[in-house]
Design a protein around this ligand. Structure first.
Ligand code: NAD
Length: 342
């Protein structure tokens, strides 16, 4: 914990070494879709850097991986500047950290816990879909949050993405709105991932590390026919500009997305109490293996858009949401020493 950070003899050198290591692995993961260490090992490097920065705030820089969205923008696709930034999520690594976050939300809301929308955390790749006059005109990856990659041609091949929004849903669009940007996750079902990797092995290609990297890699193909041959699906859950729709919160947004023709995950719950939120998390852990797609946690969101706006964002994540991360399924060989003189 923080004690370890206090006892590092040269924290500046250790922080610099950790940043180099983290940047290397972020590149492998986000740019090449080919991580060489496990997520748990990566998270432990990030955790150590966070501890050092907490103990030595003077070492925090805006470019530190703890302060920004960890993605990458390749040259293979045209860049798309996000009119509204795409954020990552802060993590709660256990129920204790979840409780601490719930406490902060309660405090920010005048001592009363507001309704919270609980969703599964789909382990895929972030996607933003823009519709003009109800027609899909652009798809972009998250990239570094500010700039993403234009993957429109590839996303058009994903069969559950509506090319046109359903008529009945258009009435909720606020007057004067010329484009709607909806956001969600593109993922590859577990079974399709196994089939794809089995074929890769037979054909002598390197397999993907996990379904998330397979989804991101399949989406970011130069030849859209390759993407078309991969089994990708989406779950949509967000809108870039809440003001563009005549709705008040996350729960209604999910209903609207469904009406508009999107694929929306059915496992959602609007919770009124902390105990209900914890219950949703426990159930999700139990059901995890039975689901046909990978999840790596639960996302808890303050339901009301007005309250969300009041709470705002840090440099990399909303304050009004948290990702409760599941304990890693196997933890052997995960913690890896990085050799550096400190
Ligand atoms: P993240 O993927 O853990 O969380 C943020 C993302 O969750 C959002 O951008 C969104 O796309 C997604 N999400 C899924 N379901 C959602 C829902 N219902 N509502 C809202 N958002 C939802 O964050 P990240 O910063 O993209 O990546 C960090 C993860 O990547 C960590 O798990 C880390 O271990 C892993 N990683 C691993 C390596 C490695 O080398 N193994 C390197 C870099 C990152």
């Amino acid at each position: 914990g923080a004690d370890r950070a206090q006892t590092v003899s040269d924290p500046a050198a250790r922080a610099a070494a950790l940043r180099r290591e983290i940047e290397h692995h972020s590149y492998q993961y986000y740019a090449l879709d080919a991580p060489t260490i496990s997520d748990a090992a990566f998270d432990s490097l990030m955790g150590e850097l966070r501890e050092i920065e907490a103990a030595h705030p003077e070492l925090v820089t805006p470019a530190s991986p703890t302060q920004r969205v960890g993605g990458y923008v390749g040259e293979q696709f045209a860049p798309v500047v996000h009119e509204r930034r795409m954020y990552s999520l802060d993590n709660a690594m256990d129920l204790g950290e979840l409780d601490a976050w719930l406490g902060r939300v309660e405090e920010a809301c005048g001592g009363v816990l507001p309704p919270l929308c609980c969703e599964l955390k789909i382990d895929g790749s972030s996607i933003a879909l823009t519709y003009e006059d109800g027609v899909l005109v652009r798809a972009a990856t998250r990239g570094d949050g500010t700039t993403g990659e234009d993957v429109t041609v590839n996303m058009r091949t994903v069969r559950d993405v509506p090319l046109r929004l359903r008529e009945g849903a258009l009435v909720a669009i606020a007057p004067g709105t010329d484009a709607l940007e909806l956001r969600g996750e593109v993922y590859m079902p577990k079974r399709s991932f196994e089939v794809l990797n089995a074929a890769a092995v037979t054909e002598g290609r390197p397999p993907f590390a996990n379904p998330r990297n397979a989804a991101a890699g399949s989406l970011r193909q130069k030849d859209a026919r390759v993407t078309q041959g991969r089994d990708l699906s989406t779950f949509m859950y967000a809108i870039a500009d809440e003001g563009a729709l005549d709705i008040a919160g996350q729960w209604e947004l999910l209903q609207w997305l469904r009406e508009a023709g999107f694929h929306v995950n059915p496992d959602v719950k609007l919770c009124e109490t902390a105990e209900e939120v914890r219950g949703f998390c426990r159930t999700a852990i139990e059901r995890r293996d039975a689901l046909p797609y990978e999840i790596d946690g639960v996302v808890v969101k303050v339901n009301s858009f007005a309250r969300q706006a009041a709470m705002g964002f840090t440099a990399r994540a909303p304050r009004w949401a948290i990702a409760f991360k599941f304990p890693p399924e196997e933890k052997t060989t995960l913690l890896r020493d990085i050799t550096v003189q400190v």
